[in-house]
Design a protein around this ligand. Structure first.
Ligand code: ADP
Length: 622
């Protein structure tokens, strides 16, 4: 019982969620279901009246009146139905668009750390895989619930119409054994038989739906592989190089063929299940129909029913059987869909922010203090779902208006440090403060405005260059030119026919330009400069740049950064020595913090070791 309440509660929550996205959608569907359910009964009812009017030789005007009412009602229903259909189409379309928006919104607004957990990742994967293969699962409520509501109304209407059949007694007793038809025992026995058959049918439907859902789950990994190779990988022209140079064609074809074989196997099994249960189902339905025909036939034969009533009862009972079968099928499909609805609801209800701060971010007014003073106090950090400390007991104050380089070997925790600084992850231990208060006490959007960051794996959008740099529809052209100039993209910019209106890549515009990795990096730097934030962070900013461009950026560094707090991460020490302070990371710890001139004197320390290793490398090349 408890589990049933839970199951129904999930569907209820799913319906509330759908209603929240598109108000009135469920009521529209339900209203339409009532109309669809009631239509066959109006016709059956009217038809029985017409037949009885004919057989009882009623006056012509009564017959015509019945016909007129029946045709009139049908015309009204048709008009209302087509209006409802249009309204439902519109509402469903709006729901789909708004639902996609809501999911996208969730993805972009949830805290980055939550996004990075295995739990969120799995949830998201399962939802998107399920929706890729079967159409979004939450939409299944919209697909199944109206059908279920219609079936419920059909069952109610048909029961109301047929109930009389069992109590309709003939005026006179029938001879001999046939009188048994008029006894309550006969009626009850027949009802029990019908109920038993229906129960068997329900059980079979539940079993078949469960088996079909298991089959659908088997499709998920198969479709994932197929989708990856036949669309994502082959569509990416970057992959085209590796496919040719490493002759990946054979291994991909083998993988796809194996995948197709798996898919056929599942298809076969699915078809077998469908075939088996569809046959049993139609056998049972036919059996119930025969019972009803015999019962109605006998009743008519013993004189308990008029011809019109025979039509009405047989028709209504058929409606009852079909309504009940649909009710079973749709409700069991709806219940099996529950785990996906639960996952969607769980995903959509993830708390958006671990930053619940309310303080506005304002500069320090105390003359003796830095304008914005950020401090790491005993910060240690482990990534979600990991036991390994990536940062250990970090203590550092970022000096406002000065430049700081963070150096260290790959994997020493430099980028992680920046992610914590930007509030993308929360320290596992210790705290980061801004002007003396924990950064988590501030409003997150205001805190983020302090930073312009170019991560190594930055992403540009396939939009116009100007929109990319300004990250918005509107932009200040002169500011764009200034940022482009500082980032060293001027020469290439001059060659672009459409200037800042040029589309990057050709995803959305066939005339879009392809840009090299180095050019993309310059655009990303221009984007960071355009934002004009208080603190600029550049994570390996020149990794994709040629030596000339790299030199250009660094020789103008002080002018480019223009007295801003700058944090520059690099494993190339030569590009960091111009920073006022250098912080050396080793295995998640800050092992040295000083100027280049001082650090390089400390023989036997990490910086000296790294510096010499790299200087040696350049010497050998020379
Ligand atoms: P660096 O910038 O110094 O090269 P990172 O800060 O990027 O180093 O990475 C430090 C360590 O943290 C690496 O061992 C890396 O594998 C691990 N790491 C980075 N990102 C994640 C993540 N999202 N989840 C788990 N571990 C991560």
């Amino acid at each position: 019982m408890k589990s049933w309440i839970k199951k129904i509660n999930i569907i209820y929550r799913g319906i509330l969620f759908i209603e929240k996205i598109e108000h009135g959608i469920m009521m529209t569907h339900i209203f339409n279901s009532v109309i669809q359910a009631v239509t066959p009964f109006i016709n059956l009812f009217m038809l029985s009246y017409i037949i009885d009017a004919i057989t009882n030789k009623k006056p012509l005007y009564i017959l015509l009146l019945y016909v007129f009412v029946m045709v009139g009602l049908n015309a009204i229903i048709r008009v209302v139905s087509s209006l409802m259909e249009t309204l439902i189409k519109k509402k469903d379309m709006q729901f789909n668009l708004r639902y996609d928006m809501a999911v996208a919104n969730k993805m972009m607004s949830m805290h980055y750390e939550t996004l990075d957990t295995a739990e969120t990742h799995n949830l998201r994967m399962r939802i998107s895989e399920a929706s890729n293969i079967f159409g979004s699962r939450i939409q299944k409520i919209l697909m199944l619930f109206p059908g279920m509501a219609q079936a419920v109304f059909t069952v109610i209407f048909s029961t109301a119409l047929t109930i009389n059949l069992f109590f309709n007694m003939p005026e006179k007793n029938m001879p001999g054994i046939w009188n048994i038809i008029n006894t309550p025992v006969f009626t009850i026995a027949l009802l029990i038989l019908i109920v038993l058959t229906i129960l068997v049918n329900m059980n079979l439907t539940a079993k078949s739906t469960k088996k079909m859902m298991n089959q659908y789950d088997l499709y998920i990994p198969v479709n994932k592989v197929g989708d990856f190779y036949s669309t994502q990988y082959l569509d990416s022209y970057h992959a085209g190089k590796d496919i040719r140079l490493y002759n990946q064609k054979n291994i991909i074809i083998d993988e796809l063929e194996q995948n197709n074989r798996n898919c056929f196997k599942i298809d076969n099994e699915t078809a077998k299940i469908e075939y088996k249960y569809a046959n049993i189902n139609s056998f049972i339905s036919t059996f119930i129909n025969i019972l009803v025909y015999i019962f109605v036939g006998l009743k008519a034969w013993v004189g308990a029913l008029s011809v019109g009533n025979i039509v009405k009862y047989v028709g209504s009972f058929n409606e009852f059987i079909s309504g009940f079968t649909r009710l079973m099928n749709s409700s069991s499909a709806l219940l099996s869909n529950n785990q996906y609805i639960e996952q969607t609801l769980e995903f959509m209800s993830i708390d958006d922010a671990i930053f619940k701060g309310i303080l506005p971010v304002t500069p320090n007014t105390n003359e003796n203090a830095e304008k914005y003073e950020i401090k790491f106090e005993n910060v240690s950090f482990k990534y979600p779902d990991s036991d390994r400390y990536i940062l250990k007991n970090i203590n550092i104050t970022l000096e406002y208006g000065h430049s700081l380089a963070i150096v260290g070997e790959n994997g020493s925790g430099k980028t992680t440090f920046v992610k914590l600084l930007c509030g993308l992850y929360k320290p596992t231990e210790g705290k980061i403060t801004l002007n003396g208060k924990d950064i988590y006490d501030y409003k997150y959007d205001e805190y983020l405005k302090l930073f312009s960051v170019v991560f190594q794996d930055f992403k540009l959008l396939s939009f116009q260059l100007g929109n990319n740099i300004a990250v918005g529809e509107q932009y200040d052209s002169s500011k764009i030119r200034e940022a482009i100039g500082k980032a060293g993209f001027e020469k290439r910019f001059e060659s672009l026919e459409d200037g800042a209106d040029t589309y990057l890549y050709n995803d959305f515009d066939l005339n879009g330009v392809e840009i090299s990795g180095g050019e993309a990096q310059k655009i990303a730097i221009a984007r960071a400069l355009y934002k004009d934030a208080e603190i600029i962070v550049l994570d390996e900013p020149t990794a994709s740049l040629d030596p000339i461009a790299e030199n250009e950026i660094y020789s103008n560094f002080n002018e480019i950064m223009h007295g801003k707090t700058t944090i520059c991460i690099s494993h190339r020490l030569s590009s960091c020595k111009f920073c006022e302070k250098i912080c050396v990371f080793d295995n998640g710890e800050i092992v040295q913090y000083d100027s280049h001139e001082n650090l390089v004197k400390n023989t036997g320390e990490k910086y000296y070791e790294l510096w010499n290793a790299q200087a040696q490398y350049y010497k050998n090349i020379a």
